[in-house]
Design a protein around this ligand. Structure first.
Ligand SMILES: *Cc1c(COP(=O)(O)O)cnc(C)c1O
Length: 574
């Protein structure tokens, strides 16, 4: 493999990147994916750097009061205890003011020592106005004007910082979601190099496109940033809006960052095969490719399974494809590693909430951003039915987690309803809502439950990744056939489906299907045929852990997006 000899660097731009628990610069799936991508790039020796914002006040810390109402607190952390402040800075223009941007560095070291630096941009510099100093404080906080200014810092400030750091040559840019698309405005200006903007032609646009790859992440229209042109003119100034207009990147009085990214990228992809199809329908004018998401294998594998894999398939860390050979690991060892991971989770839950769960009881896990389309409450939508199943077949306990965005009223209502159900079901079906779902508790949850549940409304799940983390730990999924599960699901082999692949999401049908699968298939297997259940666990690792990881994913980005075969030959020969 020629990965290391490719003599150009990929700059990976993302509004959020999950680096480690102590660095609160992410809110959920997008940030975890970004961190996992960079960790795998480091493992593979891909020349890559990450760019994000410092997020001095983080996302937020979630607490639930006695009634299950979510309250939020800013996170405080000390960047200088973890990051290195670099002796470079750059200037971006916001509302006609020069705003100085500086950068902190975090280094990710791969399995064989290759380093991927991540640059976290920071405007809290005394020479900036007090308001400009807040621009790198809150992740997804503030109003849309604040967001636009942040996106100027991320896209344009990021490009300028990379120049200041000396990355002048063969940079390729990967926009992880549209938030950083203003980077392309910077590239257009560099391409103009002082010429008048009306001289921009298709050749110039192509020169920019040759450098840019774009990954779109959500089929939910509200997930795509749009700004009215008056606001854009106020923030960027008439000249820069003129450049965007000359490049035909303003539609009907709106700057849509997804459209900007689509227009100025040479390769665009969705994050699962189905998501490609849905995105192609949303953006018929652009060819959309598919590269299915993954997770960083060693980050999301519990210590118990890490040591089992180290013993049985030691190659797995450097090359995740070896996880295929988990199929030969004795079932008793799978069961033992899982029992260890389950103890770790139950101990953590007891320490956090005081609730004691029973290690012998079938435990369902559900955790993701609390927002209505993910339907966290589906499994508690019919408490009588759940009780009846538990009585007839065997006891059930459920662990929930996930933050609602502070403005997401429906999401907060979901959390409250689950809390209410936990009081109502009390000891009959124990339910715990784990507060402040973050990287460390997520790793314990995906490894320590017996079944990972996922039931979003179709087709709104772009990919989903927590089920992939569960698979690495031998935890099968029960999920609607959307996102990655369409690809990862083999009924009764890697887990189970709710509903069929063709049907549209239907709340009551999905709920009855979910209960039916638990009652007729999953619980009887778990309680009646534990070694058959362990076989499903083992196949989840061998078939899905070996594929739905970011090592395979980054290799696909390298081959299909960054350095497609022809240019790879050129670049390695040159
Ligand atoms: C993996 C992860 C997510 C994303 O999970 P999805 O299944 O993709 O929704 C969100 N938050 C945390 C803390 C995670 O670890």
């Amino acid at each position: 493999m020629t990965l290391v000899s490719i003599n150009s660097t990929v700059a990976y731009f993302s509004m959020e990147i999950c680096l480690e628990q102590a660095v609160p610069t992410y809110s959920g799936g997008l940030g975890v994916l970004a961190g996992d991508t960079l960790r795998s790039a480091a493992d593979l020796g891909v020349p890559m750097v990450g760019i994000t914002l410092l997020h001095r006040k983080g996302y937020f810390e979630q607490h639930l009061d006695a009634a299950g109402a979510q309250t939020e607190q800013p996170v405080t952390w000390q960047p200088d205890e973890i990051l290195d402040l670099l002796p470079v800075s750059a200037i971006v223009q916001i509302e006609g003011r020069p705003v100085r941007v500086r950068a902190w560095r975090y280094i990710i070291r791969g399995v064989s020592g290759h380093e991927v630096p991540v640059f976290l941009l920071d405007t809290a510099v005394p020479e900036n106005t007090p308001w400009d100093q807040t621009l790198t404080d809150y992740l997804y906080g503030g109003d849309s004007h604040y967001r636009l200014c942040q996106e100027v810092v991320l896209g344009m400030g990021g490009a300028a910082i990379l120049r200041a750091l000396g990355y002048n040559g063969e940079l390729h840019y990967h926009l992880n979601e549209g938030h950083s698309a203003l980077l392309t405005l910077c590239l257009l200006e560099w391409q103009l190099d002082g010429r008048a903007r009306f001289e921009l032609d298709e050749g110039d646009l192509d020169a920019v496109r040759r450098r840019v790859v774009f990954t779109t992440h959500t089929p939910v229209p509200a997930g795509h940033d749009k700004f009215p042109i008056d606001m854009v003119r106020h923030v960027l100034g008439a000249d820069q809006v003129g450049v965007l207009e000359s490049a035909k990147c303003i539609d009907e009085g709106t700057l849509n960052l997804t459209h900007l990214a689509l227009r100025l990228s040479r390769f665009v992809n969705g994050v699962a095969m189905k998501h490609r199809e849905v995105s192609q329908g949303m953006f018929p004018r652009y060819p959309i490719n598919s590269i299915t998401n993954g997770v960083h294998a060693s980050t999301w594998t519990s210590p118990a399974f890490q040591s089992l894999f180290d013993r049985r398939i030691p190659e797995w860390r450097a090359d995740n494809y070896y996880l295929r050979y988990a199929i030969g690991v004795p079932l008793q060892e799978i069961r033992q590693a899982h029992a260890d991971a389950k103890h770790v989770l139950l101990d953590e839950i007891k320490a956090r909430s005081g609730t004691e769960l029973d290690p012998k009881v079938f435990t369902i896990g559900f955790a993701r951003r609390a927002t209505p389309y993910k339907r966290a409450d589906l499994v508690i939508s019919n408490p009588e039915r759940l009780l009846q199943i538990a009585d007839a077949i065997g006891p059930i306990q459920i662990v929930f987690g996930g933050k609602a965005h502070p403005h997401d009223v429906g999401g907060k209502e979901l959390v409250r309803r689950i809390h209410e159900a936990s009081l109502k079901l009390a000891d009959a079906v124990k339910i715990v809502y784990v507060e402040n779902y973050e990287m460390e508790i997520a790793a314990k949850m995906v490894a320590g439950v017996d079944l990972w549940l996922n039931n979003p409304m179709k087709p709104l799940e772009a990919s989903g990744t927590s089920g992939m983390k569960a698979a690495l730990n031998g935890v099968p999924s029960l999920s609607v056939l959307d996102g990655w599960w369409i690809e990862g699901h083999i009924e009764g082999v890697t887990g189970w489906s709710i509903g069929t692949s063709s049907a549209e999401g239907d709340q009551s049908k999905d709920a009855s299907d979910l209960f039916l699968k638990l009652e007729r298939v999953i619980l009887p297997l778990f309680y009646g045929l534990p070694f058959a259940y362990a076989e499903v666990m083992r196949s989840a690792i061998a078939l899905n852990g070996s594929f739905f990881n970011t090592q395979r994913m980054v290799e696909q980005y390298v081959r299909n997006a960054y350095f497609p075969a022809a240019s790879m030959v050129e670049e390695t020969v040159a």
